[in-house]
Design a protein around this ligand. Structure first.
Ligand code: FMN
Ligand code: 173
Length: 433
């Protein structure tokens, strides 16, 4: 742990305890259930449902939590834990903490500052941020806001290779250090809460900022607009025009009394064509292992596969030369009744045998959960919904607070369990209960 981050973890503990003495409450609830409840209160029903919901009966979400509950940490005593080190080695670099922020799309639903606020918070705390393919702000803008903060790019491998290659090129140019390909969402899961509310953000042009800022996507939209019409007008669709057409359409959709100009923009075929083009290219259930070779041609960055659960898939990932995997069931949003992410972890760890890093997410709600995942062999741990809730409640500061709470609880749990570093954690740290 760097001095700065040791400071962060310690300061959070003492700040929280001292504030408690004087009766002051933190801006963002520390208790995970209270944090979720505060986000629910802060948000419109549709936005909260989208963030909090899972697939079907949400059995996978419950399984994720139950899997953590089945492991007990076995504290050891009298081991001089006065100095602790939370750093890890990940993708060839020492990182101050074992956390990353998992990609969360359409995060404008939580707060208007969206990905930019999350990026600033991540950079301030030295935690890598995985920029979502479904972001609300283009990666270039978030990268700029993050300065030297570490970012990776999460790719949804669309049906257009021109678009895929372009996104990856932009990620490299934006200083992303890795590409995380999410494989569990080639189709969107059966999201009961959203279906019952009739809410799908993309149909309103939300969560497609990476696309509307992309030159290859602009080509696809232009082709759609001019399809079949040899003699028709050929609109000059640029990424900038796409962005502004969508922005106007969205503000018009929220404003009952729209100005004439806005009304005209709403009648413009461009935003509609952008949304339809997105819907056309997003789904790609035909993707298979052999396709991965093309990604290697597009980039020299490390490639991680997100959504690996089965040990046999972990072995195949290794055969294909990937640089890491993210053990994840997408927070229970894809397959209802899927195996819990933490339950899948030991099998993946066994197959990968320390050769490539393994990140675990899905169901992590605090530092003690992180200790369990790290003890079971994860290299690092992804925080998901909790930071989105922090953003909903208190913007950038809320994200910072949520991540700091994870760090502080991790540091305390490590100490109280009798360990000085992440490297000391292993299966013997835990007991199945
Ligand atoms: C609202 C929401 C949007 C998400 N969007 C993405 C995404 O764009 N790309 C992706 O790979 N994962 C996405 N995820 C999955 C997260 O990266 C992560 O796997 C998940 O949130 C972990 O589960 P947890 O939030 O229960 O801890 C999303 C999750 C949520 C809750
Ligand atoms: O909502 C999600 O979980 C997600 O990953 C996603 C997938 C496609 C578009 C937007 C978000």
């Amino acid at each position: 742990m760097t001095d700065a981050n040791r400071g962060v973890a310690r300061a959070v503990q003492s700040e929280i305890y001292r504030a408690g003495l004087s009766g002051t409450r933190p801006a963002v609830p520390v208790d995970p259930a209270a944090l979720e409840a505060a986000a629910r209160k802060a948000l419109p029903a549709e936005a909260f449902a989208y963030l909090a919901g899972g697939a079907g009966s949400e059995a996978t979400m419950a399984a994720n939590r139950a899997a953590f509950a089945r492991w007990g940490i076995w504290p050891r005593v009298l081991r001089d834990v006065a100095e602790r080190d939370l750093s890890i080695e990940l993708l060839g670099r020492r990182r101050p903490t074992p956390f990353v922020l998992s990609p969360i799309g359409v995060i404008e639903l939580a707060h208007r500052d969206a990905d930019v606020a999350v990026g600033r918070a991540a950079a301030a705390l030295g935690v890598p941020y995985v920029l979502s393919n479904q972001a609300s702000r283009p990666m270039e803008e978030v990268a700029e806001a993050m300065g030297d903060g570490v970012r990776w790019f999460q790719l949804y491998w669309s049906a257009s290779d021109e678009l895929n290659a372009s996104l990856v090129r932009r990620a490299e140019a934006s200083g992303c250090e890795a590409i995380v390909v999410t494989l569990d969402t080639h189709l969107l899961g059966w999201r009961v809460r959203d279906l019952d509310l009739g809410f799908l953000p993309f149909t309103r042009g939300q969560g497609i900022a990476q696309y509307t800022a992309d030159p290859a996507f602009a080509d696809l939209v232009r082709r759609r607009l001019t399809r079949g019409g040899g003699g028709g007008a050929r609109p000059r669709v640029t990424p900038a025009l796409l962005r502004s057409a969508l922005a106007i359409a969205r503000s018009g959709a929220r404003t009952p009394l729209v100005e004439g100009g806005v009304r005209a923009a709403l009648r413009s075929p461009v935003p509609r064509a952008a949304i339809e083009t997105f819907l056309d290219v997003f789904a790609n259930p035909a993707l298979e292992w052999a396709d991965l070779a093309r990604l290697r041609e597009w980039t020299s960055l490390p490639i991680l596969l997100k959504g690996v659960l089965h040990p046999a898939d972990a072995s195949r990932a290794l055969d294909h030369g990937v640089d890491g995997v993210v053990v994840s069931n997408h927070g229970g949003r894809q397959v209802d009744g899927a195996v819990a992410s933490l339950d899948a972890l030991p099998g993946v760890v066994e197959r990968l045998g320390g050769r490539v890093p393994i990140i675990l997410d899905s169901g992590v709600r605090g530092g003690a959960d992180a200790v369990k995942a790290l003890a079971l062999g994860a290299t690092a741990v992804g925080i998901g919904r909790p930071y989105a809730y922090g953003l909903a409640v208190a913007g950038e500061a809320g994200v910072r607070e949520v991540v700091r709470n994870h760090l502080a609880e991790l540091d305390l749990t490590l100490a109280l369990a009798g360990h000085r570093s992440i490297a000391e954690l292993g299966p013997e740290t835990l007991r199945a209960s």
